[in-house]
Design a protein around this ligand. Structure first.
Ligand SMILES: [Fe+2]
Length: 393
């Protein structure tokens, strides 16, 4: 009897662990990598291995009448290991910049609703990118913040995407937790169906989990370990992976990419998970390998996560405050994780820098003459604002 009870419990537990995504098309999302003016991934999940999967899309709404969509794309399907779910991925290419795309996913006769997203401009248009990280372990807070992101997107047409700085969930190997995150990300969709594309970053809680690549279409491609540059007109975000070696191949790639960006970008920002000028923990290895390159090539600012606080450093150059050549490091992650107490006495957090415990999302507005950085709290209060002018490189 004991044995039977034990086997039954294991069976029920495995059903829970391996439970499918549920009926219909789930987790629809847009993911951006290098060239979001012309390319995007649309991805979704279904609960069984299904192979006939398509994305219908157009630059005008077609309200779900499939025959009216001008474009149809095959989606690649892949079973998600150790689950009963299937991942669907459609790569849209040759898109028009600064254009709204309306789309529907169709898998084995199942249809999603029609959603839309706007491609990035390829220059000449002001836009905003949201930045923030660490949404991993306070689900109600994460959902509250996602609702506030939806409101921001609803009221501001120039917001394009969310650059998430990593630690989406507590255990990167748990598909169940990814499913919750993906369900919650749908709360960022506006009432009219506009989606907020994700620019992904690997955090330490993603570990080396292959699920990160399943969810975000392997940013960086096959041969790079999730580090890549996204370029929008003359604005570049260099996303690094603080979960693999900061030296060697990644450092060489960073140097090469900064050399290129110096020529083709007016604005260069870096984005990675583990802080180099931390308000809570010790600095990541990038302090040795990346900071000298950031300083040499004079990036405009850097977005960090992981500490679970809100901070802005003084402008830092060669380990000192420098108002001319210094780089400001911001962030530390507050998209739905309990906030910690920062170590406010660190020299680089003195005024005009600061460190505090507040859930937050950051916005960077990019214009030809300046970048405007703001920090919004979930209740809509603007907590911080800073302007950046073009740098001499
Ligand atoms: Fe982290």
């Amino acid at each position: 009897m004991k044995k039977l009870f034990f086997s039954l419990s294991i069976f029920v537990l495995s059903l829970k662990v391996f439970a499918g995504a549920g009926p219909g098309i789930q987790h629809l999302r847009v993911v951006w990598h290098e060239d979001p003016a012309h390319e995007a991934y649309v991805m979704w999940t279904t609960d069984k291995y299904k192979t006939k999967s398509y994305l219908y899309y157009d630059t005008v709404p077609r309200k779900g009448v499939l025959s009216k969509y001008r474009y149809k794309n095959n989606a690649k399907t892949k079973p998600i290991l150790y689950t009963l779910d299937t991942r669907h991925k459609s790569k849209l290419k040759k898109l028009k910049p600064n254009t709204m795309y309306y789309f529907m996913a169709v898998t084995n006769g199942m249809k999603s609703k029609e959603y839309h997203f706007k491609t990035a401009p390829d220059g000449g248009v002001n836009f905003k990118i949201l930045f923030g990280g660490d949404s991993r372990s306070d689900r109600p807070k994460r959902r509250e913040i996602n609702r506030s992101l939806s409101k921001m997107l609803e009221s501001d047409d120039s917001i394009l995407a969310l650059c998430h700085g990593g630690d989406y969930i507590a255990n990167g190997l748990s598909w169940k937790q990814w499913k919750y995150w993906l369900e919650d990300h749908l709360l960022t969709v506006t009432s009219k169906g506009r989606m907020l594309p994700v620019i992904p970053t690997r955090g330490n809680h993603e570990l080396a989990s292959p699920l990160f690549n399943d969810v975000f279409a392997r940013p960086g491609g096959l041969f790079k370990k999730n580090y890549y540059r996204i370029k929008i007109g003359d604005f570049s975000i260099i996303t690094l992976n603080s979960n693999v070696s900061a030296a060697g191949r990644q450092k060489r790639w960073l140097k090469k990419t900064l050399k290129k960006a110096r020529k083709d970008s007016k604005w260069i920002v870096a984005n990675y998970h583990r802080p180099l000028w931390p308000a809570v923990k010790k600095p990541g290895r990038g302090i040795k390998h990346w900071v000298p390159l950031f300083e040499k090539y004079q990036i405009d600012m850097a977005f960090e996560s992981d500490g679970h606080v809100l901070k802005r450093t003084v402008p830092i150059y060669q380990n000192k405050q420098d108002p001319v050549k210094g780089i400001v490091y911001v962030g530390e992650g507050g998209l739905g994780v309990k906030q910690r107490n920062p170590k406010k006495d660190r020299w680089f957090l003195r005024s005009p820098g600061y460190a505090t415990s507040k859930h937050h999302v950051m916005t960077l507005e990019v214009t030809p003459s300046r970048m405007i950085y703001t920090v919004d709290l979930p209740d809509g209060t603007v907590f911080d604002k800073m302007e950046l002018l073009p740098r001499k490189r």
